[in-house]
Design a protein around this ligand. Structure first.
Ligand code: ADP
Ligand code: MG
Length: 330
């Protein structure tokens, strides 16, 4: 199939907004509104590094777009459009293309975004990339360096499920109960767009990051960028009932290691203590689990993150756990 036919058949149906110029021009266009800032993010994924061709086009495309959306969530932006870099690898057939475009179609409908352009090349292995555009009120953008001393640290959803999903997919572990739950968390992360936009619009948070490398690793990015130190409590980190059962059935595995597996795509954010009731109110209004896992303090050297076994501030010290692995290393 010629490049132009491929674009026309599989990608043009995804390019429904006028910004795409129907994929017939050299460029796409973005509308700029005063008082809004356009935020942009790019993700790349390579065969056998980020996905297997055997995952199929639907799952590969879905995860690529979902993880991209998650970056926008962390800035508090509303997603608008995306551009696609597509490599036609040797075994790329019509079925792969159909599944790939179906995956994109499904996600773009859920998040009300459209494809506005891209580039298509031939290559020996599959590499895909997406550049995504969103908009945020200029005054309320969240960023990694936006945290303050005494801010509380929050996380959405549950942590560690996607990591178990990856191990299931790669056949690294034996029989696992709730395997489909873990696999679905691995293939279809849920970008926290509603949470990100609610936090920024209500001015409840100035600092967020999405958890892609691992909770400790991404928290340390916040600490470094904001020049602060985090005190967090292992027993406050939200773990799904399925992951708890997994740990019970696999006693050789430990919780901190599970937490640092990455690819949770949950939102890690900070907020003032006075806003605690408002933050927890969001749990209901946007139907998203939110947990407070610790607090930020002044940094005066030493470790950026102190991991306490349990939240027990006013009684004896419950003990500190040395973090062995922070997250996925690139
Ligand atoms: P050029 O030769 O100027 O790079 P192309 O022939 O590559 O342009 O692309 C033609 C049109 O098709 C452009 O509007 C481009 O954005 C769009 N396009 C090409 N590849 C893709 C893709 N993978 N996804 C979406 N749009 C694409
Ligand atoms: Mg081109």
């Amino acid at each position: 199939m010629k490049e132009f036919d491929l674009i026309k058949k599989f990608f043009r149906p995804l390019a429904k907004s006028r910004n795409s110029l129907n994929l017939t021009d050299d460029v796409a266009i973005l509308n700029c509104i005063e008082s809004k800032t356009i935020v942009v993010s790019k993700d790349m994924m390579a065969q056998d590094v980020h996905f297997r061709l055997s995952d199929g086009g639907f799952k590969i495309a879905s995860k690529l777009l979902l993880s991209n959306l998650s970056d926008l969530a962390a800035s508090g932006a509303t997603p608008l459009h995306y551009m696609l870099g597509f490599s036609k690898f040797p075994s790329c057939d019509q079925k792969f293309l159909r599944d790939f475009s179906k995956g994109l179609a499904h996600i773009q409908q859920n998040y009300n975004i459209t494809l506005i352009g891209g580039d298509t090349i031939n290559s020996a292995t599959a590499v895909f990339s997406i550049t995504i555009f969103g908009e945020v009120d200029s005054k309320y953008r969240m960023f990694r360096g936006g945290a303050c001393v005494d801010d509380l640290i929050f996380v959405s959803g549950t942590i560690g499920d996607a990591g178990i999903g990856l191990e299931c997919k790669e056949g690294l572990i034996g029989k696992v109960r709730n395997k489909n739950f873990f696999l679905s968390k691995h293939f279809f992360p849920e970008p926290r767009i509603l949470l990100g936009t609610a936090l920024s619009k209500k001015s409840l948070s100035t600092c967020a990051i999405d958890i892609s490398d691992g909770l400790f690793s991404d928290l340390s990015h916040i600490c470094t960028a904001s020049n602060l130190k985090a005190e967090i409590f292992l027993d406050q980190i939200p773990i799904s009932p399925q992951a708890k059962l997994f740990l019970k059935q696999n006693p050789s595995r430990d919780l901190p290691e599970l937490i640092s597996a990455g690819e949770d795509y949950e939102l890690l954010f900070t907020a003032k203590e006075v806003d605690l009731p408002n933050i927890m109110g969001l749990e209901k209004s946007i139907n998203t689990k939110i947990s407070c896992i610790g607090r930020l303090n002044k940094f005066s050297g030493g470790d950026r993150i102190v991991l306490h076994k349990a939240k027990d501030l006013y009684r004896q010290k419950t003990g500190i756990i040395k973090i062995k692995k922070f997250g996925y290393e690139h």
